[in-house]
Design a protein around this ligand. Structure first.
Ligand code: NAD
Ligand code: TYD
Length: 352
């Protein structure tokens, strides 16, 4: 039975990953270590608590003693590091916390895993692996043509993407220097259930359902390559099992869209699904984000050729599923915007 240490498993992608893995594999154990920042929510893991193969540990990945204790109590086979500060807008206001968690937290995990997995000089217990969950944002911004490849030089622009790039360089340095068994995945923008309503898609769904204005940055023509979160989880599972040590894999949805197109699609589907009277008059163009990357696009050719992964969920199917989830889980969103996280949410996002 393999034991996975999943960090940040109470956040959006991490919680989807834990649900996906526990459903798919009966012969694994998952230890979820999460600091429960504003973005971490144990409600995301409803249904997992009673699974005997799942355990939650409330800890910070920067806390050396806490991470050591997890490794000394459990024989960890895989580290899957989702834990991060993940929101670009927040990184523009508070860069320091991004460096702390995303860079120093990753190094802390690398060091402890390396200590516990070492069996000789540059030799590690067979089958162990450290998977760093990164982002396509480390590559910077594209012009109208071309795609990010694994060989594209890193050129991050925001404090968020710069901190993720720093972590990636360290992970690769541990492979180059110590032959430490690592993989990195760099995915495009995810969407789906349990995403905190500060990111474009859940923010727009939530605002539209509440007849609030829909703040579109700049001209609305920035492009992102949207990936349904379950397709991402499947790719991560494949990389852990079959990814070649030391390699980077890009994961993208083959689904580039402008932000304004996303917002209009959400409005149209909300109308279709609920019969409500929302319309495009809710759209409000607002001041652009500082240093706003224009276009992200991934060619996921390597992961398709080497591991046989392709995105399976079309945007039409994925966005309808996502809107339905937010409609059926209004209490979940209310708990964030009006309940436990109200103060934080108000401070950061005001009336947005
Ligand atoms: P999220 O913000 O929803 O969740 C992050 C989780 O990490 C939360 O549960 C939070 O409590 C936890 N966390 C934060 N700091 C921590 C610390 N110091 N110690 C322990 N736990 C801590 O993020 P997400 O959208 O689920 O993203 C997960 C990963 O995927 C991140 O590494 C992010 O960079 C990457 N990623 C996300 C996207 C996306 O579209 N969401 C795209 C590309 C890459
Ligand atoms: P976001 O979900 O923050 O992801 P990222 O910046 O990591 O790609 O934003 C996605 C795109 O949507 C990005 O171009 C910024 C834009 N955006 C808006 O136009 N309005 C908003 O309120 C938000 C949160 C994002």
């Amino acid at each position: 039975m393999k034991t996975y240490l999943v960090t940040g498993g109470a956040g959006f992608i991490g919680s989807n990953f834990i649900h996906y893995m526990l459903k798919k594999h009966q012969d694994i154990r998952i230890i979820n270590v999460d600091k429960l920042t504003y973005a971490g929510n144990l409600e995301n893991l409803k249904g997992c608590e009673n699974n005997e193969n799942y355990e939650f540990v409330h800890a910070d990945i920067c806390d050396l003693a806490a991470v050591k204790e997890i490794f000394s109590k459990n024989e960890i086979d895989y580290v899957v590091n989702f834990a991060a500060e993940s929101h670009v807008d927040r990184s523009i206001r508070e860069p320091e916390v991004f460096v702390k968690t995303n860079v120093a937290g990753t190094v802390n995990l690398l060091n402890v895993a390396k200590d516990f997995w070492t069996i000789g000089e540059d030799e590690y217990r067979a089958g162990c692996k450290f998977l760093q969950i990164s982002t396509d944002e480390v590559y910077g911004s594209l012009g109208q043509t071309g795609y990010f490849m694994e060989t594209t030089p890193l050129c991050p622009h925001s404090p968020y993407s710069a901190s993720k790039a720093g972590a990636d360089m360290l992970v690769l340095a541990y492979f180059d220097t110590y032959k430490f068994p690592v993989n990195i995945t760099r995915c495009s923008n995810n969407y789906g259930p349990y995403q905190f309503p500060e990111k474009l898609i859940p923010l727009m769904i939530n605002n539209a359902l509440n007849q609030k204005s829909l703040p579109v940055y700049g001209d609305g023509l920035n492009i992102r390559d949207w990936l349904y979160v379950e397709d991402h989880c499947k790719a991560v599972d494949m990389v852990i099992r079959d990814g070649k040590i030391g390699e980077v894999y890009n994961i993208g949805g083959h689904n580039e869209r402008t932000n304004i197109d996303i917002v209009k699609t959400i409005l149209a589907y909300i109308k279709e699904l609920t019969g409500s009277l929302v319309d495009e008059t809710l759209i409000t163009y607002v001041k652009d984000r500082k240093g706003h990357d224009r276009r992200y696009g991934i060619a996921p050719d390597k992961i398709r050729k080497d591991l046989g992964w392709t995105p399976e969920t079309t945007f039409d199917v994925g966005i309808k599923k996502t809107i339905k989830w937010y409609l059926e889980n209004e209490g979940w969103v209310k708990n964030i915007t009006n309940g436990q996280y109200k103060e934080y949410y108000q401070k950061m996002y005001g009336d947005r």
